[in-house]
Design a protein around this ligand. Structure first.
Ligand SMILES: [Zn+2]
Ligand SMILES: [Zn+2]
Length: 257
């Protein structure tokens, strides 16, 4: 009886499975064409994760049309805050996406301030993380940071759009996007000094996560406080508070440096 039932049902079932597969291909093509992210495209591949040993080598990679001249300032500020945590901070130069990769996984969204008629292409963080992971392994780095002028959204939660920055602790990499740190984004005149202060705070914040962990600090002036907007970034200093400095010292003691 079961065998007869199988004979009757199986061909129909096979047909349905084939139909669903065809729809899946069509839907994937459509999703890629209209630019909605397709997370499976960016499943991160890493070597067997090794434990982070400190001090370590830190690398910085620049994405997009980015002015790299103030690398020295970044290096000075990171060394000032994290002191002996890094053997050295390496400028890994610029990375150019191929056209195919540039468009892979992008979402098209309105910027949040004013609804202009033009949508902006925003990029998933995992697209950067995979390049960072590969570079981190290739260059034998403990951790790696990406700085980009491109707008980004979180691959962990694609409702979080136009991020200032994000850290992937497991893969020991982080990213900072400069777009929303510029006064021009808010339709105000360019202010280079203010922009540099903001980007340095965000860089220190993300490197702070890689060293101190995922938690945020509640001190309003501490660089490790979470900033929901640009005003909150301007409120905080580009320094760790005393509590966070104590945490940093505990890590120093743990690794004996
Ligand atoms: Zn944070
Ligand atoms: Zn703090």
């Amino acid at each position: 009886m079961t065998a007869t039932l199988n004979l009757l049902v199986m061909p129909k079932l096979q047909k349905y499975i084939q139909k669903i597969r065809r729809y899946k291909v069509k839907l994937t093509n459509l999703i890629n064409r209209i630019g909605i992210s397709y997370p499976i495209e960016f499943e991160l591949i890493d070597e067997i994760p090794k434990e982070l040993i400190l001090p370590c080598h830190l690398g910085i990679l620049f994405f997009g049309d980015f002015d790299t001249f103030f690398f020295k300032k970044i290096e000075i500020n990171l060394n000032h805050v994290f002191d002996s945590f890094f053997f050295n901070i390496r400028n890994l130069g610029g990375y150019n996406f191929t056209i195919k990769l540039f468009y892979k996984g992008v979402k098209k969204e309105y910027r949040e301030m004013k609804k202009s008629s033009n949508k902006i292409k925003i990029h998933p963080t995992n697209k950067f993380y995979q390049i960072l992971i590969n570079k981190r392994i290739e260059e034998n780095l403990g951790m790696i940071l990406a700085i980009t002028d491109l707008p980004i959204f979180s691959s962990n939660n694609d409702n979080i759009l136009f991020l200032f920055g994000e850290t992937h602790l497991k893969h020991r990499c982080c990213i900072v996007s400069s777009l929303k740190l510029k006064e021009q984004f808010y339709y105000r005149p360019q202010n280079r000094a203010l922009f540099e202060e903001r980007i340095l705070k965000e860089i220190i914040h993300e490197i702070g996560h890689l060293t101190l962990g995922p938690n945020h600090c509640h001190n309003h002036f501490c660089v490790m406080k979470f900033s929901k907007d640009i005003n909150e970034i301007d409120e905080k200093k580009k320094e760790l508070c005393e509590t966070c400095k104590i945490k940093l010292n505990k890590i120093r003691k743990k690794y004996n440096f």
